[in-house]
Design a protein. Sequence first.
Length: 193
Amino acid sequence: MSERVERTAVYPGSFDPIHNGHLDLIERCRPMYDRLVIAVLHNEAKRALFSVDERLEIIRELVGERAGCEVLSFSGLLVHFMDQVGARIVVRGLRAVTDFEYEFQMAMMNRRLNPRVETVFMAPKEEYNYLSSSLVKEVFFLGGDLSGLVPEPVLARMRRRLDPRAGQAGGPGRAGRPGGAAVAGKAGRRSAG
């Protein structure tokens, strides 16, 4: 009898901040794999709300010490990281048709770079189908209610980070916030988080 090969999947993203759509995918894909690596991207090109170390800490607090689930960071090519952790499967969420074109391109490039890599697309629960980290930040900065969309510990950290009374620059609805487009007028390509 041959030995069973461990099925390791990587769920990559910026997770800046992590929201309930991310957590939904994590919970739903965990039973499908022996090991799930939540891979936090370190991207110098993006202005982050939370540092990579903070995002790792937040995700570990939310996900806990569950068997078969790790939270790590990476930079560079995803396929190189996957080789380091022994993974062959990438898990990506698809919120809308507009996500598919970008995600399909990335899946094909990853396969071109490493033919052993396969991408599994998962649709989020309906209530999170429109949710993105960029949208979460924008709504927060404009003073909108994110209850039920972002875990309370994440909202508390966002408030501490961005409350001008706490001595931080910017704040909800103020200059100094990343982005700048109003929610209804925001357009552009989907980011990885």
